[in-house]
Design a protein around this ligand. Structure first.
Ligand code: SF4
Length: 297
């Protein structure tokens, strides 16, 4: 569980008018995000684009708006049947089990509202705080918990995902959920040069009885790489140029992720855990808009 709360965080309680929206995933579905901003402060966070809509001066990772009335709003919106027969994802933009959830319990209240609403529910997180709600999660007929799990290197994890659960905590959470009959899915994303070892990761995922894996390449659009670059400069200077070239040279990007795809598929077969891979040259910022060599599948 989270052991610390960030004293430098700006926490603001806000009221929301809507609780559920289109999630924009390839397969469609709906999304619920109880928090705007995210205390996990991942250096590569793709959600930092949200900052410009928030009127916050603080850097990404140092503020969070708590949508305190979200469960009540959701209850009203669930009177409609339009969200049934589809997937409702909790935490598509920011983590629903970030530190503030310990105090506000919004994700728990959302689950309580969804329990009798018959549709598929997916929780996306990097935190073992999800175990707090195991009693509730077990009551759902169709639910899965998705953990980001892209490295076994705890130092690197700490540097790029500073306030999330550790590698060990996530593995233990996955094991616990699986042992209690909850479907667990892992997202190997972003797939890192140097720090992602598919065979070793799959070996651990097998022990945790993970039933499905997704993987995606690093998305260099916007400022996603700037924080990672700082981490590399400070802690892994020998890897800085290699990672930069891999991400920003189209041919190297293609070569790297072609090999990565082969490694993932080999591991998937060996450990008998199915996988879907979303790699694309379109993820290399400088080539955005060009035809993808590796299509999302
Ligand atoms: S947990 Fe997700 S939303 Fe939160 S900072 Fe990390 S990548 Fe961003």
């Amino acid at each position: 569980m989270h052991k610390k709360f960030n004293s430098y965080m700006t926490i603001r309680e806000i009221q929301c008018k809507t609780s559920i929206g289109n999630c924009g995933f390839p397969g469609g579905g709906w999304s619920i995000n109880p928090y705007v901003g995210c205390e996990h402060a991942c250096e590569y966070c793709y959600a930092r684009f949200m900052k410009r809509f928030t009127n916050h001066e603080e850097p990404w990772g140092e503020f969070v708006d708590i949508r305190v009335n979200i469960a009540e709003v959701l209850e009203k919106e669930l009177k409609s049947n339009k969200y049934k027969n589809s997937n409702i994802y909790i935490g598509t933009v920011t983590d629903p089990y970030q530190q503030s959830e310990e105090k506000y319990k919004l994700t728990r209240k959302i689950l309580e509202k969804l329990i009798d609403y018959s549709t598929k529910i997916s929780i996306l997180t990097k935190s073992d705080l999800v175990l707090r709600d195991l009693d509730l999660i077990k009551k759902f007929k169709n639910i899965d918990v998705n953990f980001t799990f892209n490295t076994l290197n705890e130092n690197f994890r700490k540097h790029v995902e500073p306030n999330s659960s550790t590698v060990e905590e996530r593995l233990n959470a996955m094991k616990k959920l699986s042992s209690e009959g909850v479907k667990v899915i892992a997202m190997i994303g972003p797939y890192w040069p140097f720090f992602t070892d598919p065979d070793k990761i799959f070996k651990e995922l097998k022990k945790a009885e993970v039933s499905y894996v997704f993987s995606e390449s690093f998305n260099t659009t916007g400022s996603n790489f700037l924080g990672v670059e700082e981490v590399l400069k400070k802690y892994y200077p020998d890897k800085l140029n290699g990672m930069k070239e891999t991400f920003f040279d189209r041919d190297l990007f293609y070569d790297f992720y072609t090999k990565a795809e082969a490694r993932l598929r080999k591991a998937s077969k060996k450990y008998e855990i199915p996988i879907t891979i979303y790699f694309g040259v379109g993820h290399a910022g400088k080539f955005k808009g060009e035809k993808q060599k590796i299509d999302a599948r």
